[in-house]
Design a protein around this ligand. Structure first.
Ligand code: BGC
Length: 466
């Protein structure tokens, strides 16, 4: 998620009320997050039916699972461009149309090729939305609500994953087309709210459409002085003159924040979250949850529900305790949980398949709950927060797009090779490898990531040159 660009609301005391147009903006942000999460989570329950229907090999199963992330990688880079070229709102609309197209392609696919194309289209939409929607929300939210708008996005992602698990659990394996096709509904809703939403005044000013920008500002906050706010936007844009290029993102001056953002983006993924989100049902099946019913129940509540609930911990503490304590504590919990899952699988792997969860299966379930809680209060929301805080305003948009793309690249590698890794080195070693990355991540965060809690963006920016 990206909170890009400096405030467009400088000096505004009055325009903080949540007016009708702002509620639409919030609806756009929430719909985008829900779709993002739904498309992340739905594959976990749909996979068994798809695998059976098309008699997929392990490699093709991984392709069907992970090419959403490959599409998202391209989509997040394109998202930065589309949002700059065509406006934030139109970029969100494009994402919504891609979701709809992808959902229909997946639901109706007669063969694997179209199914994979559908996965790519949905992924591309996810990537565009992951950059454009938070950018839209961040530019339009009044200062007093910006934090909540961004938290709403992160929360919506976890709710989307949870809803996907719920849909998976009420539908039979054979109904995988419905599981994938259902996301056409929120796709339509996203396009609908996007269509009636206003464009970002900041983008309008940049595009030379000053009068429209003033009209939008007046609609957003009828009580505030639209002319003064317009001036504040022009002033900020003036300071950022010269429009940064992609090359500027890699300028020596911003090496430190770039390393921090890219490091966090990579560690968020190589510690295994999406291996669990995507393959939860298979993990529980291997842990002795024999029936699909038992597997989806475990996935829905132990992964999906817990992920939503634990995100509230981060919302409550991120500005009080700070980013570093949450990250460091979360990595300890994740690492220990993965260690335990690996040990549990040592004994599970030797057992003949039983009729219900074994003691080791229950240990796996509890350890995965600990893993999800630890991720949800730390690496989940905190990584995106820090990525969006560390860059100077001039390069923030593109730099966040690069970090988002790297995050998806790492997510792709993990989900693409998880099953292969299990076949090559076994389940215990695979989970221990993720645990090792938690340890490496802990040491790296401890040494490299500064605390950004309560500091102004200018202060953070200045600190890189000292
Ligand atoms: C990550 C996603 C992950 C989700 C799980 C996000 O912060 O970027 O890759 O699926 O959290 O809640």
């Amino acid at each position: 998620m990206s909170v890009t660009q400096p405030s467009t609301n400088a000096g505004q005391a009055k325009g903080d009320a949540l007016t009708g147009p702002l509620v639409i903006v919030l609806a756009v942000v929430v719909m985008a997050g829900l779709l993002f999460g739904y498309d992340q989570g739905v594959i976990s329950g749909a996979l068994a039916g798809i695998r059976q229907h098309f008699s997929l090999s392990a490699l093709l199963t991984e392709v069907v699972t992970s090419w959403v992330t490959l599409g998202a990688l391209g989509g997040s880079l394109a998202g930065g461009y589309l949002a700059d070229r065509y406006g934030r709102r139109r970029a969100v609309l494009i994402a919504g149309l891609l979701f709809m197209l992808g959902a229909l392609l997946q639901a109706l696919a007669p063969g694997v090729l179209l199914l994979v194309l559908g996965r790519l289209a949905v992924g591309f939409g996810v990537g565009v939305a992951a950059v454009a929607a938070p950018l839209y929300g961040a530019e339009l939210a009044p200062a007093a609500h910006r934090g909540r708008f961004v938290s709403a996005y992160q929360l919506a992602i976890t709710i989307g994953i949870f809803l996907a698990y719920l849909v998976d659990s009420v539908l039979e394996d054979a109904s995988w087309r419905w599981m994938l096709g259902v996301s056409v509904v929120p796709g339509i809703l996203l396009v609908a709210v996007g269509a009636i939403g206003v464009e970002s005044p900041r983008w309008l000013v940049k595009a030379g459409r000053r009068d429209e920008a003033r009209a939008v500002l007046a609609r957003l906050a009828p009580d505030a002085d639209a002319a003064a706010r317009l001036e504040a936007i022009e002033h900020t844009l003036g300071e950022e003159a010269g429009g940064a290029s992609w090359g500027d993102v890699f300028d020596r001056a911003w090496r430190k924040p770039l390393i921090i953002a890219l490091g966090l983006a990579v560690f968020q993924q190589i510690t295994g979250i999406n291996a669990i989100i995507y393959y939860a049902n298979q993990i529980f099946a291997a842990a002795g949850f024999a029936t699909p019913q038992e597997q989806t129940t475990a996935t829905t509540w132990a992964v999906g529900g817990v992920n939503v609930a634990a995100t509230f911990i981060a919302i409550a503490f991120i500005d009080k305790l700070g980013r570093r304590p949450l990250l460091l504590a979360g990595l300890v919990g994740m690492g220990l949980a993965l260690l335990v899952v690996g040990i549990a699988f040592l004994s599970i792997d030797g057992q003949p398949p039983g009729t219900g969860p074994t003691a080791a299966g229950i240990v796996t379930l509890v350890a995965l709950v600990v893993f999800i809680v630890s991720f949800a209060f730390s690496l989940g929301p905190v990584v995106w927060t820090v990525i969006n805080e560390v860059f100077p305003g001039r390069v923030r948009g593109r730099a966040v797009a690069v970090a988002t793309a790297v995050n998806w690249g790492a997510a792709f590698l993990v989900s693409q090779f998880f099953l292969t890794l299990i076949e090559a080195i076994g389940k215990p070693a695979t989970f221990w490898l993720f645990a090792f990355f938690c340890l490496a991540g802990w040491i790296w965060v401890y040494r490299v990531v500064p605390e950004t809690k309560g500091r102004s963006l200018e202060d953070i920016e200045k600190s890189w040159s000292t």
